[in-house]
Ligand binder design. Structure first.
Ligand SMILES: CC(C)(COP(=O)(O)OP(=O)(O)OC[C@H]1O[C@@H](n2cnc3c(N)ncnc32)[C@H](O)[C@@H]1OP(=O)(O)O)[C@@H](O)C(=O)NCCC(=O)NCCS
Length: 149
């Protein structure tokens, strides 16, 4: 993600998460947080989706990442863009980690218990449900971990 992607990514954010506010600022903060925050976009003629990765608990030799947010434009869903975003951005993340002499140890991801994104996280990352936290955001949230993804 670059500054030029912010408006398009903000549009995706707004459509994917209508309860959340100030979409452009949210994404801009993530962009400004590099390399703790590692944001990527899927772009064709315009932004189709984005993914936000975060390095957790310091810059560690064995990095623990959180997959903070993944979103694809409603009309572009179920075509494999979400999966490609995860897989191809993770390859980019590994390069950033290699530059800081780190390797990826595990990925943490949480989502609403009723969100089918769980299946995607399992298929693309090998993530497994480790806990369910009741009422964390707007509903129960499943906490998933992918070890050596
Ligand atoms: C989750 C999301 C990013 C998936 O993007 P996508 O481009 O549709 O994902 P893909 O086409 O790569 O789907 C891959 C797999 O994900 C699963 N999946 C993801 N979202 C799904 C949904 N809403 N309904 C059904 N299956 C879904 C399916 O298992 C699918 O595999 P299949 O096509 O073999 O059935 C998209 O649905 C989205 O933006 N949702 C709103 C925001 C959101 O909930 N984000 C996740 C929480 S942060």
């Amino acid at each position: 993600m670059t500054r030029a992607d912010l408006d398009g990514a903000a549009r995706v954010h707004q459509m994917a998460f209508p309860r959340q506010r100030r979409s452009r600022l949210w994404l801009e903060c993530n962009l400004n947080g590099f390399p703790r925050m590692l944001p990527y976009v899927a772009v064709a003629d315009f932004c189709l989706g984005y993914v936000l990765w975060v390095q957790k608990s310091g810059f560690r030799p064995e990095a623990v990442l959180e997959l903070d947010q993944l979103a694809v434009l409603p009309e572009a869903r179920s075509r494999g863009i979400g999966r490609r975003l995860l897989e191809e951005s993770l390859a980019g993340v590994r390069l950033v980690l290699a530059e800081q002499q780190s390797v990826l140890k595990s990925v943490l991801v949480s989502t609403r218990a009723d969100n089918d994104a769980q299946r995607l996280y399992q298929a693309a990352l090998g993530a497994r449900v480790e806990a369910v936290i009741s009422g964390l955001y707007s509903a129960d949230e499943v906490l998933m971990v992918a070890r050596t993804p």
